[in-house]
Design a protein around this ligand. Sequence first.
Ligand code: ZN
Length: 427
Amino acid sequence: MYFLTILIIISLAFTNEEFINDPYCGSDDVVHIKNIKFPWYKQAVDNLFDQALRYSEDGNVNRETVYQIPVVFHVVYNTDAQNLSNEVIQSQLDVLNEDFRRLNENASETREEFLEFAGDPHIEFYLATEDPNGNSTSGITHTYTSRSGFPYISFTDLFTGNISLDEVKSSETGGVDAWDTNRYMNVWVCNVEESFLGQVLGFAYPPFNVQDALDSLDYESVPDWSQFEGVLTDQSLQGIVLHYPVVGTNNPQADDDGLSGNELGRTLIHETGHYLGLRHIWGDALLGDGCGVDDGIIDTPNQSAASNFTCNLNINSCSDNPTDYYDMVENYMDYSNDACMNMFTNVQIDVMRAVLEIARPGLIEGQENNCTAGDLNGDTLINVLDIVLSVNIALNIDEYNSCGDMNYDNTIDILDIVLIVNAALGS
Ligand SMILES: [Zn+2]
């Protein structure tokens, strides 16, 4: 029965072009492949996504603090061409910081109908200055490997639940071990080799809650230790892998992959979106009607399939209610060419920030503004003092204090005062 299931899945894979020929990103494939061996996997990922969505819907997301995430790039090379210089890595970091602050030049190209949905994620990235041992570092490692490259997926992965490309994340298999994935965003750069599922430019695992996954295992009837292993090894694999030609904006090897349209460094923007919990904008329908599967994000239009590098501004693949929008091909979570991409939506941003706060808190440790909304003076009470403080801010007597911004619109005005009065009366 098990093998029959696998055969069916493989045959489905081969009959579905979306699944096998994505010349872009493996993040969705790996979830499905891991889920064959680890039946809890997709559910754990979905649970975390739902949790992040609820957390943001309940107004718990801190939208003010500019989170700063330490990054380490591991350049794993076999040839000189693959050994990208620090200048190329720096240009990649620059793109990351522009796009995650909506300082990208082509932000001006977001179509008017989408401007109200586009936002600034308030997330910045910096090269780690201290390695896990406390030594100073440039945040970039360069490591020679005797391997000519790292294949994306092998056929046996379907049976083992391993992903071949993860071999770049271990020194035992010719790669480089992760730095503590709870404290650093690890980005491995290597020669990603084509596999029977095609060539990908990169991939990142979605976050899930380890305890939630362990709790979901059936300890009684399935004493299968490999299931525990699957949960416990996940942490050492968290991070992003990039094919070396797609890194940065000044990469001399940009044409090495034979693909065009990915030379502006935006593969990492897309993969960082996955790393922070986002799904593809078209919802990853495997079979059937793509309009029937959503990405779970309410302010992205429904879309039936990936844009596949076309940047077609006239395509409207599904109808939306009450307003029917074009496909948002400028969204970083589509498969558009780099020049086409220019925005995350506000709800996507909320989910990414929620994921940072509840699933990757080690990356932003100490940066949280932990105030309770309405408690402007931080005395754990919401009372008349807080009302006075908020009135003073509204009258421009005192400086803005995000703890008083009850409706998260970056200003404190009469609406916030009313909400604080209500909170004070209720407490
Ligand atoms: Zn993707």
